[in-house]
Design a protein around this ligand. Sequence first.
Ligand code: SIN
Length: 328
Amino acid sequence: MLKKVVFLGMGGTIAGTATSAADNVGYRAAQVGVAQLLQAIPTLPVALGGHELVSEQVAQVDSKDLEFAQWVSLAQRACHYLVQPDVTGLVITHGTDTLEETAFFLSEVLPPALLASKPVVLTCAMRPASALSPDGPQNVLDAVAVVCTQGAHGVLAVCAGTIHAGRHVQKGHTYRLDAFDSGDAGPLGYVEEGVVRLAHAWPVMDAVRVPVSMDHLAQVVWPRVEIVMNYVGATGSTVRALCAAPLAGAAPVRGVVVAGTGNGTVHVDLEAALREAEAAGVRVVRSSRCARGRVVAATVPGSVYTFAHSNGLPPVKARIALILELLA
Ligand code: SIN
């Protein structure tokens, strides 16, 4: 049976173009179709090692503008291909700005049984396709090397020769080519001249996870969950405004993730507003604005520690986890 590697295009800088090849910043993301991008990589057929190439444009978007409906389409198309026995794995070309959110979302909603045997690899670029020296083609080749590696599975991200687990990957730099890291977990491994060297085992699938129905995701209205931050001089006014009766046409806030200082601590006035929100039925989750570490639970009655914590997730991923929990 001829095996396939499927490429799903989502847009991003990897598909971006600038008017000048010297311009790595002033470009428009999401301009070049995924099929055209792949055609421009001369060594891709060799890297595919006999796999048939299948590509589909699922979205063409600057990832800062991604919408939930596009996530649902992506998850549906990923499932469609992953169940096919002749599909070895998927490569998703995506913008870097929200790649970590999409990677986490897919890790949470794609069926664990499929993710336990097949890889879904997100890749990207920090320079547009029109750059003098674009990084996208090498990132695609590295993603293909991961997909074609025996035993590779789970949602992964590949950028600048480094492999990250979808749960841990985070964009950590605004412009460097090696823009991602995996925080305390460290990278899963590296791609060295087309060969994968693992530093950790492939991700373990959460077998007890409640199955997520793609139809349900597509049909229901997603709950509104907002993120607020603690800082010097913070007040509870943002949370109070968010949780006040919504203006006509606006969705009510169902959850608030607080990006606290340090171990998820918050200003006393913000804490009071979060308690008012919780008393009114809004779910509150405590996370940290720190780039490293996790919020550690403690038992101090009447303190900020009585709010639910984010299970080690940074604020943007804690928000997705809370949305999915509310959806379930
Ligand atoms: C985007 O996230 O779509 C634009 C920025 C990038 O891909 O680096």
